[in-house]
Design a protein around this ligand. Structure first.
Ligand code: 0PR
Length: 383
């Protein structure tokens, strides 16, 4: 096999990044372990407890490590303790959160629904399909955050969960989480927060978004995005073990008694790399990275504005800008990895840790060169 992975030096569209060296090393070391079988792979399972405890610290959820997944009866007997597990990514965390809510719902019609903003990731569509729940998509306002009035109008006795996004995929926006919690509680629904991408940046902002700030029941936060862990390492955090138990199935021939994960065999590499990255970077390394990435995003936004492009200002390190399609295509042809929003085809620049100022300068130099070439190609009026 001679293929090489892509280099990150022109990647501006991805929510993944170069893993931290310690995370890469840990991933390699734990490649052949399976935390899905904690009775056999005990050190991987212990690392998962550690991962969940550290994620809990990041999202304001105090977790007794003994209560993390894999401990079966013990955890259940204690009940009510916050917990979670390392998922394959944000998709699994979101699917499982919807599954918890569906299991919990005492739906009047027998067909529970989940209210999501239009800014929600497409994984909620997968969840709705798989779990046969209705997805009620509500609009966002001009600032790309969920329209609270529309959420109030959408919830009813069939609502199993209300979803808020803390760091949206397309615009990096944070929904008003405490208000969504109140609306969810008013109809006895759960509140799920999707912080899959934003979760490792948000602790360093002044926004109210975490378990300690609001009535959050479940949350997605992915080490394999801003957390600088290797893929696959997502996170699902749950306010209490009785909620996680909604997912548990019995595992008769394993030494552990039940399993709440969606996948069975799963890589210990993601788990180990998540712990290694968080031990290296939480909190100072993540803070420094957030500050660097946010400055880069703001600098890029200014540079694009000066050049006359319409820019959606970065709240988190993600800039969206209107760049004409032919120019977008020329940039892609030069090797720049760019992608666009679904609605008005704005180019998204995700300022992940591998995105440096030098890289952005080199991008802008290409943009200017291609732009002036395009301008020269258009005959001026009267020619
Ligand atoms: N929630 C949010 C807010 C997300 O942005 C994403 C993924 C997910 C959930 C789903 O996470 P997983 O992809 O880990 O299951 N957002 C990116 C997207 O779909 C994922 C991505 C990552 C895309 C790397 C490209 C890429 O190179 O745009």
């Amino acid at each position: 096999m001679r293929a090489e992975p892509q280099s990150f030096d022109r990647v501006l569209s991805s929510m993944c990044t170069e893993p931290h060296p310690a995370a890469r090393e840990a991933a390699e070391r734990f490649l052949a372990t399976n935390p899905g079988d904690p009775g056999t792979y005990q050190s991987a399972a212990a690392l998962e407890d550690r991962a969940v405890a550290m994620l809990g610290e990041i999202v304001g959820l105090e977790i007794d490590t003994a209560d993390a997944i894999g401990t079966g009866d013990d955890a259940r007997a204690r009940g009510g303790e916050p917990t979670g597990y390392v998922t394959s990514g944000g998709t699994e965390a979101n699917v499982q959160a919807v599954r918890i809510a569906r299991e919990r719902a005492a739906s009047a019609t027998g067909r529970p629904s989940v209210v999501v903003p239009e800014s929600a990731h497409f994984s909620f569509r997968k969840a709705a399909d798989l779990l046969q729940v209705d997805l009620e998509v509500v609009p966002t306002t001009a600032d790309h955050r969920v329209d609270l009035e529309a959420v109030r109008a959408a919830v009813d006795e069939d609502t199993a969960a209300v979803v808020g996004v803390a760091g949206s995929t397309e615009y990096g926006r944070v929904d008003p989480i405490p208000e969504l919690g109140e609306i969810a509680a008013s109809v006895d629904a759960l509140l799920h927060v999707d912080a899959a991408w934003g979760g490792f940046a948000l602790p360093f902002t002044d926004r109210e978004w975490h378990f300690g700030h609001a009535a959050v029941d479940t949350m997605a936060i992915d080490p394999h995005k801003m957390g600088q862990a290797a893929v696959p390492a997502g996170g699902l955090l749950v306010r209490s073990t009785d909620l996680l138990d909604e997912l548990a199935v019995d595992t008769p021939y394993l030494e552990s008694t039940s399993q709440a994960t969606l996948t069975g065999t799963r890589s210990g590499a993601g788990v180990a790399s998540a712990v290694a990255a968080m031990e290296e970077l939480w909190p100072d390394g993540y803070r420094d990275q957030y500050v660097r990435s946010q400055h880069n995003a703001e600098w890029l936004a200014d540079q694009l504005e000066v050049r006359g492009y319409e820019v959606v200002e970065p709240v988190l390190p993600l800039v969206a800008a209107s760049i004409p399609t032919p120019l977008f295509e020329s940039l892609r042809a030069e090797g720049w990895r760019l992608s666009r929003t679904g609605d008005d085809r704005r180019v998204r620049f995700v300022c992940m840790p591998h995105v440096t100022r030098e890289m952005l300068e080199s991008f802008l130099a290409d943009l200017d060169r291609l732009e002036s070439r395009a301008a020269r190609a258009v005959p001026s009026p009267g020619e």
